[in-house]
Design a protein around this ligand. Structure first.
Ligand SMILES: Nc1ncnc2c1ncn2[C@@H]1O[C@H](COP(=O)(O)OP(=O)(O)OP(=O)(O)O)[C@@H](O)[C@H]1O
Ligand SMILES: [Mg+2]
Length: 277
């Protein structure tokens, strides 16, 4: 039977940073402490490789499960192996707690506590993740690699429960929901932590990585900047300008019915043939 100390339990419930330090013997970096203490329902962690984003969200998952009885925490990644990695962090921290809320089920995919809370590691397949309701916290790791259709199919799980969503990744080209969310006007709480801000990553290591990876990868993996997608024919800036409402469309005066539409297509085809010659 775990020993209950109401005063200290309340403090730990209200301050996850104090809980991480005293209970898990984990000293968060300043930005990690901010993430733990944040009340925001929507958080994006655009953080360098190895900066500690998976670690801090696994602590957040555990804190939620322990101090919000009956909560459902889902961990999602592009593959089950990656969700499993995050989940192993959760189990590692859980095993460090002196008198934890006891577990009822502890498997490689799921931790169920006697207070009714569950933490579940999900595979990255749309058909397998539907069906969960009342989600308190949804953590999406390696978010840039989570396909749009999967992301859009999981969001409704938060609707009724007003659950929180925390997505973490490095950039991976200017594409997909991760890039759109980062650059949108939507009220996400955003964290950008480059490798140079992480006390555990040396300058020397970064120089070596820069040489090994080249500009495109290095800038995204360690500097958190979104680069043009490698196979992109036109730059994103150029495409944005094409969509600029202040620029009149080429065929504004033309009322296109199907005959005229065909004529335009024929003319364009002719132009292309001329160019090919
Ligand atoms: N505040 C901290 N103090 C000490 N070590 C930490 C801290 N935060 C993270 N670490 C350690 O840094 C390493 C990287 O952490 P983590 O796997 O969470 O990073 P990540 O940002 O998810 O990396 P990746 O992008 O490669 O998945 C781990 O060994 C972790 O234990
Ligand atoms: Mg990680």
């Amino acid at each position: 039977m775990p020993c209950i100390n109401l005063g200290s339990d309340l403090k730990m419930a209200l301050d996850p940073v104090m809980w991480a330090i005293y209970e898990l013997h984990f000293e968060p970096d300043p930005w990690q402490a901010d993430v733990l203490r944040s009340q925001s329902p929507r958080i994006l962690l655009n953080c360098s490789r190895q900066s500690g984003k998976s670690t801090i969200t696994s602590i957040l998952a555990l804190h939620t499960a322990i101090f919000s009885p009956g909560s459902l925490v889902l961990l999602l990644s592009p593959t089950l192996r990656q969700s499993g990695e995050l989940f192993r962090n959760v189990l590692r921290f859980y095993s460090q707690i002196d008198s934890p809320v006891p577990s009822e089920v502890e498997s490689v995919l799921k931790l169920e506590l006697s207070n009714g809370s569950r933490i579940i590691s999900l595979p990255g397949k749309e058909q397998n993740v539907r069906g969960y309701a009342g989600v308190s916290l949804l953590i999406v790791d390696e978010a840039a690699r989570v396909p749009d259709d999967l992301y859009y199919s999981i969001r409704p799980m938060l609707a009724v429960s007003h659950g929180r969503l925390v997505a973490l990744s490095t950039p991976w080209g200017k594409r997909g929901w991760w890039y759109q969310s980062w650059t949108s006007e939507d009220p996400w709480e955003r964290y950008e932590i480059s490798a140079s801000m992480c006390p555990r990553i040396s300058k020397q290591f970064l120089q070596e990585e820069h040489r090994a990876l080249g500009e495109w990868w290095y800038t995204q993996e360690y500097e958190c900047k979104f680069m043009e997608t490698e196979d992109q024919l036109f730059s994103s800036d150029l495409i944005d300008k094409m969509l600029d409402p202040d620029v009149s469309p080429l065929f504004e005066e033309l009322e296109v019915n199907s005959d005229e539409g065909q004529k335009v297509t024929d003319l364009l085809d002719e132009d292309i043939r001329t160019l090919e010659v």
